[in-house]
Every structure is written in C-alpha cells, then in structure tokens.
Design a binder for this molecule. Structure first.
Ligand code: AGP
Length: 608
C-alpha cells in the first residue's frame, strides 16, 4: 500500500512526480503530498483525498524544483488527514516518504521524544524523518544516516529522503517493500512501481532488501546491506502507455474485463503444443521436480485465493494430487504439517502481497520440495524469491477489483495441473482434451462477454438491495465466493457465498423478497441437486438469477435464467465468472461508487 516516487533531474520535477502519483493511485488514495527542494527551503504540499487535490494545490502554487519526493497514501497508522499525509519532516530540514510499516514505532517514538523531537502526526512514518535528522547531525552524510536509521527500524519500508543541506542528491532505502530506480536521460528516478515512471524511461533497477541508494540527476550509487557498493542489473521493460490508460472505457475495471480474451491468449500462448503442455514452462528443471511432487499446498489472498481453490480441484482430478489451500495470512499460524515432497504454490497478481510473501518466507524454514509462484509481475518479490514461476502476462491490472488477473491465474493454474499430470505420466487423453479447450478459451470468454445485455437487465434488481447471496456447488463454490467478493468490494452491497447444499443448514432463514440469489448451474452431476436447492429459495419468495448450461431449464418466476456459452466442463469455472464480473461492474455503476478505487481498499497490499 502507499506509493512513493522521487526524482533528481536537470528539469523541474513537480509535474512528473504528480503524474507518477496519479499512475500509482491504485496503491492508496486517501491523501497525497510532495516535498520539493528549492535551494534555501523545501516546498511542502499535502492534501486529503485523491492526487487530483494535490495537483490543484500545485497548479495554484507552481513550486519549481529539480529534486523532490512524493507520496500517495493508504492509511495504516492514523486517519487520513493533512497532518498524517506524507512527506513527513523533521525540523524543516529532513523530509521523507515511506511505504510499509515500522513495527517498533512505539518504542522509537518514545526514544526520539526523549531526544527532544516533536511529533505532529499519528503515523509510524514520521519517526524516520527524525531518526535521519538525528543521525545526519552526527554523520554529516544522508547515506550514513540511513544506515544508522536502518539499524533501528524493524518492519517493512521503502523510503525516499531529501535534506535541506543538499539540493542535488536524494537517498532511498528498501526492505521488504518494493522500490526501483529508473534511469532516464539527465534524470534518475525512484518509485514503488515501474508504471509510475514508465513514460520517462524503460530502464529500471530493482533494488534488493537492505539496499540504500544515493541519486542525483547525473548518477546513482547503490550500497548493499553490508554497506558495500553493489552492482545491480539494469532491466529493460517496455510498458506501453496504452496498457496504463483507460482508453475509451469508463473505468480500468471495465477495460480489464473486456481485455480478458487477449489476456488469456497471452497466458497460454507458447506454453502448449500439439496435444500437450510444453515441458519446463515453469522454469528450467521444473518438469523433473514435478515428477517427485506428492502433495500441493497453495497460499494466497482474496481473489488469488479463490483461483487457488478452483485449482485444488483440478490438481486432484487431473494430476491426482492432494492439495490444501490456505489464506496466506492464516497459514503460518496453524503450525502446518509438511508432508514429504510437498510443493508450495503462491498465487498473486502483484507479487508483493505481504501476507503471501510472509507465507513463502515461512515455508523456506519448512521441508518443502520446492516453491512456485503464479504471478502477473515478473519483477516482483514473489517472482524473485520462488524457485519456479509462471507469469500470467495479463498486462498491468489497475482497477482494485481483480478481473483479468483472476482469469489468467486460472489459465496458468490449469497449465500447472497439466504439467504436474504430464511429469507424473498421468491422463494423457484428458490432457489432450483440456489443451484443446484451452485453445478455444479466448473465444468462449469473448462469447461470455456478450452476456452484458442480460447483466444490464439484472443489475437494477440487485443495485436496489442491501444484500445478495451467491450459490455454487463443487468447483463453482469458489466462483460463487469470487462473485460475492467482487460485488461487495465495488458496490458495497453485503454479499455472501454458500455451497448450495448448505442453504438449508442456516442461510435459508435469510431468504425473502429482499435477498437476490445468484446461482451457478453448469451441466454436471451436481446441477440436478443445485436445482432442488434453488426450488427451496423460490418457495420462500427469493428472486433467482441463474447462470446455467443451455440444457438446464427451470422456472425462475420474476428472476432470470441466463444460458451460458457451451464449453468443456474444465473451462466452465473461468467462463461462468465472466458475467458475474460484468454484473458487479454494472451494479456498482448504478450505485455511483468509485469503481476503480473503492473506499478503504488498495490494489497492492504490502502490509501484513
Ligand atoms: C481482488 O478483487 C481484491 N482486490 C483482492 O482480494 C486481491 O485479490 C488480494 O489482495 C490479493 O492480491 P494479489 O493477487 O496481488 O496477491
């Protein structure tokens, strides 16, 4: 959460810093701020609310500067307010921006108060400015001050700092929060996400945990955890501006929903051939390791966890492997027993989710055969810290609600189920059938997107309610959960999901004319039972909206029966999720919520 950006340049940096904040607004959007070095003073502007409000202040005040730092916030310590907004300062001399959490902030704050420092915010970040000021006075070097501060700080941080005494250099540090440098012409930048500076450069250096860097317009020096000079590789990444702008769509979420056929093609292309999945698509040696796997453990959060729950079913039926799925935030606290030859799988769009990273790190102390990540960001911490990986190639996902990331994760997880089955010498005929279905998947998703008109008819009946219930059975239960998550996070309607058979064990009590029920009824052995469950809803006055196989027919009275495109049963969880995404989007649109940046949320959750 939170996005930081910093620039040292031969030109004015105010505009480019604010533009970078706009691009990173998905990381947090409750307040924003900037500090710009102006030789004898530092211009310090902060605003509560979105980055646009900071930009309005910048337009009014027009501060000029070639060295600056800026921040967009997702509040952890202290409410969203101007005083809690970054940058924080110490005695008008040191200014800092911080992404992460300082765990020992209470004791450090007390120590600094004893040293005579005054605090004006409730944040855990302000003390970093005071620590740097204290140690700068002692060492007369911001790099040395940063190293001394690092010795004190426990927790996760990406920090950028400037000092009134130096109008050409800024200092940054990274520990467990993403931070990279951008090498431009006549300027060097630092940011939490390459998207923030992709218009300025394609050359990035991804800092490692423990790194400190000093940056000027002309050059940069990087030092590692031991304070030795470090040579970090420059990575060339071409992030097109098209990928990070909405184009003609009303929201990023809408754009990302309709990008799904192409996104899935990019996940699958080059990874299947003939009637099978290709070898080693998860990295060199992965096929050999897969042959030894006897058990799978998945850890993930939110939507990525739902993808994991669908995949657990595939691992069992295609690769004949037992699989356990845990919330990443819970996994470490249940003292998990690790069987011999277990494979740990993390799933994440961002690759920076703190709980998922913490679970991966915890697993390294346990006896896992290997770790693997299904991730959308090749430069992310999860990608770097896992033994094997498969990148979903979905392109940047900016809307806070995950859509194309989920669909491509499922496609990636299906490739994994096939690879595990292949390495274990299992089910060649079934593998051939699924590979064929994967090739057709983009087309089937495109057909499912055409259900928009039907969703437009249903949306007003959901938008005027306060609750909704999603039902699915078997592999469709996690899809029902994903449907409920999407609806609640962007429309603020309370939504729950149940396996349909559980209805009569309690939730049926909730059913009346104010409880719309959205059910998933694919053709399978479970459809018949699910339909009986839906009759129980109908008998109690509930309105049914059923996404069903064309062969399913039932009287839904005042509700709707939506026939889904025909496809292989293994693809149905992916395809049935599409109208649920559109439905949530259209409901949120009717309710006038902030769809891309729903209240209280942020895209990248880098705190535990
Ligand atoms: C999805 O709509 C959510 N905003 C959220 O649940 C998300 O999937 C979760 O925070 C995990 O993020 P990750 O995939 O980047 O790890």
């Amino acid at each position: 959460m939170c996005g930081i950006i910093a620039a040292a340049s031969s030109r004015n940096v105010g505009k480019l810093l604010v533009r970078g904040l706009h691009k990173m607004e998905y990381r947090g959007y409750d307040s924003a701020g900037i500090a710009l070095h102006q030789d004898n003073s530092i211009a310090h502007l902060r605003a509560v609310g979105k980055v646009q409000l900071l930009e309005d202040k910048m337009i009014a005040e027009k501060p000029k500067s070639k060295l600056g730092i800026a921040h967009t916030r997702w509040a952890t310590h202290g409410e969203p307010s101007e005083l809690n907004a970054h940058p924080h300062k110490s005695k008008d001399s040191v200014y800092i921006v911080h992404n992460g959490i300082i765990e020992n902030y209470v004791e450090l704050r007390e120590e600094l108060i004893k040293d005579g420092y005054e605090f004006s915010s409730q944040t855990d970040s302000e003390l970093i400015a005071h620590l740097l000021d204290l140690y700068y006075k002692e060492t007369k070097s911001m790099v040395n001050a940063m190293y001394k501060a690092k010795e004190k700080l426990d927790g996760a941080y990406a920090i950028a700092a400037i000092n009134i005494d130096d109008n050409s250099n800024l200092v940054v540090a990274r520990n467990k929060s993403p931070l990279l440098l951008g090498i431009g012409s006549d300027e060097i930048l630092a940011a939490s996400d390459p998207i923030a500076i992709a218009e300025l450069t394609n050359d990035f250096i991804f800092l490692e945990d423990g790194d400190v860097a000093e940056i000027s317009a002309e050059t940069y020096k990087i030092f590692d955890n031991t304070k030795s000079k470090a040579n970090r590789e420059i990575t060339h990444i071409d992030i097109s501006t098209q990928a990070t702008s909405k184009g003609d769509y009303r929201h990023f979420m809408e754009k990302e929903i309709y990008e799904q056929p192409e996104a899935v093609s990019k996940t699958v292309d080059g990874r299947i051939g003939g009637e099978d999945v290709l070898d080693n698509i998860f990295g060199l040696g992965s096929s050999d390791i897969f042959a030894k796997v006897e058990r799978v453990q998945i850890v993930a959060c939110g939507t990525s966890l739902h993808a994991g729950r669908v995949a657990a079913n595939w691992f069992s039926s295609i690769a004949e492997l037992p699989c356990q799925v845990d919330y990443a935030s819970e996994y470490r606290y249940r003292n998990p027993h690790v069987d011999q030859n277990s494979l740990l799988i993390t799933i994440s769009q961002s690759g920076e989710t703190a709980d998922t990273l913490a679970a991966l790190n915890y697993s390294k102390e346990r006896d896992y055969l290997s770790s693997l990540t299904i991730c959308n960001v090749p430069t992310s911490s999860l990608a770097r810290e896992s033994d094997f990986s498969l990148f979903t190639n979905a392109g940047p996902e900016i809307g806070v609600a995950s859509t194309k990331a989920f669909t491509t994760q499922l496609a990636g997880l299906m490739l994994l189920a096939l690879s595990l089955a292949k390495s274990r010498g299992l089910n060649p005929k079934l593998r051939g059938r699924i590979v064929k279905a994967l090739r057709l998947l983009p087309e089937t998703i495109a057909e499912a997107l055409l259900l928009k008109d039907k969703m437009l008819e249903i949306a007003p009946n959901i938008a005027n309610k306060n609750n909704a219930l999603f039902l699915g059975r078997g592999i469709f239960y996690p899809i029902a959960k994903e449907g409920a998550l999407k609806l609640k996070e962007i429309s603020y309607i309370h939504a729950e999901a149940y396996p349909a058979g559980e209805l009569k064990h309690g939730p049926l009590a909730l059913i009346d004319e104010n409880m719309p029920v959205i059910a998933l009824a694919p053709e399978s052995e479970i459809a018949e039972k699910l339909i009986s469950n839906l009759e129980e809803v109908k008998a109690r006055g509930g309105t049914l909206y059923v996404m069903a196989d064309p062969s399913v027919n039932m009287d839904v009275k005042s509700g709707s029966l939506v026939h889904m495109p025909k496809c292989d049963f293994f693809m149905t969880p992916i395809v049935y999720n599409i109208p649920l995404q559109i439905l949530s989007y259209e409901v949120a649109l009717l309710r006038g919520t902030d769809i891309d940046q729903p209240r209280n949320l942020a895209k990248s959750v880098t705190v535990e």
